[in-house]
Design a protein around this ligand. Structure first.
Ligand code: APR
Length: 170
């Protein structure tokens, strides 16, 4: 049985197999968690991202973690919130689904997600969290190696939102 858990932490400090980056379609870095991950991973991360040629919204790409404690970084691009009628919920779900499927190809057994799209991209966390949690829960049966999925929040407020979402799927 895969454990699902929410914590409040800096995702760049987690010694898990893979951390997920909330990137943009260029995959060339940015602010927020993307900036933090690139700073902590070092310049080799950008060198590894360049040849990938970007990533469409909803899809995922993998690179090594370099100077991070995590072995892998799975870069995914969340939707920009436009009010909820521009396919944002489906695209956000795609991020979690594709990140998990890609991690499974690399035998990842412990993965940490930030709150994809809930920062600069403006997705309300209280709407994003149920999508994140339900998409992970429904994807897990198709995975072979996942033992633990961590929702890594960056504030106590977001932690409470993700814990509430987790409580609804037991
Ligand atoms: N650890 C964990 N979570 C973090 C960290 C961190 N070190 N830094 C920020 N966060 C949280 C934010 O508080 C937010 O809840 O990550 C979540 C996602 O916020 P953003 O990083 O702004 O990502 P997103 O909303 O998906 O916007 C992506 O922002 O940084 C740029 O290049 C990125 O253009 C892309 C856009």
């Amino acid at each position: 049985m895969t454990e699902l858990k929410a914590i409040a932490a800096d995702i760049t400090t987690l010694g898990v197999d893979a951390i997920v980056n909330a990137a943009n379609e260029t995959l060339l870095g940015g602010g927020g968690v993307d900036g933090a991950i690139h700073r902590a991973a070092g310049p080799r991360l950008l060198e590894a991202c360049r040849p990938l040629g970007g990533c469409p919204t909803g899809e995922a790409r993998i690179t090594p973690g370099f100077d991070l404690p995590a072995r892998w970084v799975i870069h995914t691009v969340g939707p920009v919130w436009r009010g909820g009628r521009a396919d944002e919920p489906a695209l956000l779900a795609d991020c979690y689904r594709h990140a998990l499927r890609l991690s499974d190809l690399y035998q990842v057994s412990e993965i940490a997600f930030p709150g994809i799209s809930t920062g600069v991209y403006g997705y309300p966390p209280e709407l994003a969290a149920p999508i994140a949690v339900s998409t992970v829960a429904e994807t897990l049966p198709n995975l072979r190696s996942m033992a633990r999925v961590v929702f890594c929040c960056f504030s106590d407020r977001d932690l409470a939102i993700y814990e509430e979402a987790l409580a609804t799927i037991d």
